[in-house]
Design a protein around this ligand. Structure first.
Ligand SMILES: [Fe+2]
Length: 133
């Protein structure tokens, strides 16, 4: 059975993969069909579910361990959990929109750039707290 840190690292790769797929499009603005838009919405819903589970695991296991075992654990965990709250808000907002909504792609793009999301900034954060993956 995989340890929680392996599960978290695997989650990172899965979410990055899903975001990369979503970034390829097509989008409503680039001529996606109804079927393609439905798939984008479904992929986004799955992303939201996976992210929610992932964040719950981090809150339960990762951040308490960071706080307990790292000298600078408290400010690091505080920063990370603050970023996660921002990402959660984006996910909540995104969950309410259809893939044909004008704000859907904008929010999806924001998610990629939101500290605490699965973006490069998040990857850097993971590098600090979860080790290189
Ligand atoms: Fe994570």
């Amino acid at each position: 059975m995989a340890d929680v840190f392996t599960v978290l690292a695997n989650d990172h790769q899965e979410v990055k993969g899903t975001l990369a797929e979503l970034e390829k499009g097509p989008t409503s603005a680039t001529g996606a069909t109804e079927e393609q838009l439905a798939l984008r919405k479904k992929m986004t819903e799955q992303l939201i579910i996976e992210e929610s589970k992932h964040e719950a695991l981090e809150e339960m296991y990762l951040w308490p361990a960071v706080r307990e075992h790292l000298e600078s654990g408290n400010p690091l965990a505080d920063e990370a959990t603050g970023q996660e709250q921002a990402a959660k808000q984006v996910l909540n907002d995104l969950d309410k929109l259809g893939a044909d909504d004008a704000d859907f792609e904008k929010l999806l793009g924001t998610l990629s750039r939101t500290p605490g999301s699965t973006s490069n900034s998040r990857s850097r954060r993971y590098g600090r707290c979860c080790g290189p993956r």
